[in-house]
Design a protein around this ligand. Sequence first.
Ligand code: EPZ
Length: 423
Amino acid sequence: MDRILINGGNPLTGTVRINGAKNSALKLMAAALLTDEPLTLTNMPDLADTRFMAHLLAHLGVAVTRKNGTQMTLHAKKLAEPFAPYDLVRKMRATFNVLGPLLARHGTARVSLPGGCAIGARPVDLHLKALEAMGAQIDLVEGYAVALAPTGLHGAHISFPFVSVGATEHAMLAAVLAQGETVLDNAAREPEIADLANCLNAMGTQIEGAGSASISIKGVGSLGGTEHRVMPDRIEAGTYALAVAATGGNVLIENCDPAHLGALWDRMRAIGVTTEPQGVDSVRIIQNGDRCSAADLETQAYPGFPTDLQAQFMAVMCRANGASIIRETIFENRFMHAPELSRLGADITVHGREAVVRGVPELHGAPVMATDLRASVSLVIAGLAAQGQTEVNRIYHLDRGFEGLERKLGALGANIKRVSEAG
Ligand code: EPZ
């Protein structure tokens, strides 16, 4: 099993280029199931999660080809049996989003339930209710969602009781081939939703309002192929910005969309870090002082502060000047990084969904264990800011969502390397 070794204390300087967004790419890949023509995605990240999704799609009969590292063509000319087995679904929740497209195209599907996850229970009840409102009959049998829509899906008015990114995307992916119009109220407004809508519109459907709380989708009889550029990964961009906040330095983050990160820039100002957007696709982060100020944080659905950057922000607060209260409102168990950060000398107390971080002048390197994707990268950030050597174990979590992390950080001046068990 690989580990990452970091000798902390170096400021980060230079330029880093952001990849396409993992969480958008995964749903765009599922959209390939909706057409018998090829869907080509450019600016595709190459991650364990996208490879896993490609594996599932191949099992479902999709021909998947990669070109030049960042281009992927998915061609679902003819689907195989619409069956997504447990082994190809359990590792990653986004795989469950194949249910709607399979049902819309095939009229029947059997997809394993994604199961629990370290950051919370994460049920799929809203996904299932949305599909049922469109006419699907769904039974849960031995861990599988067994779905039937013998006469096809129909448009529906769906009002979500709370915001869910996955359920909004799943409903969109099914509604595009449903008969009539579907309206989604209290829909998620994350930029990934608009990215999916843009791709589906280019494939021939008519979606309006994506990016707002009310989305209307006019279903069509069939969809065609297209070429679509995956939006930049706002969480990867935000992670590098927070790494600079932790270590000090001056970094230009390229190929991102600074407009997607308004809530982060607000918190960066609050802790005394300079952020300067450069044109529409770059932002410069400058942190001259030794320690950031402390500021409180609450995660919220977009356009609020993303839960996927909460752990990284906490890592910065560990060395801040003062105390910070961090409140996680999206997932019920997303503070698993707190005890690991404490191993580096951080002073953190967790009470339910709230953590109090009292900044300390110095962190000290130690062996730590990655628990989930964003928690892992928070340990890397803390290690970069700590004195001495930090060893991050179980880094397969990192490979799910950060392409070339140690290469990119190394190019910015970090002393970081990956070592395999052999040495
Ligand atoms: C997406 O997860 C992202 N994953 C997550 O990123 C991200 O943290 C999350 O959105 C919030 O922004 C992908 O896009 C692949 P939700 P998703 O449905 O869609 C509850 C990462 O690190 N809920 O918006 O699963 C749920 O348990 C990952 O990249 C239900 O109760 O999130 C959670 O508490 C982690 N029933 C809340 O809603 C449902 O049917 C919001 O979840 C669906 C969700």
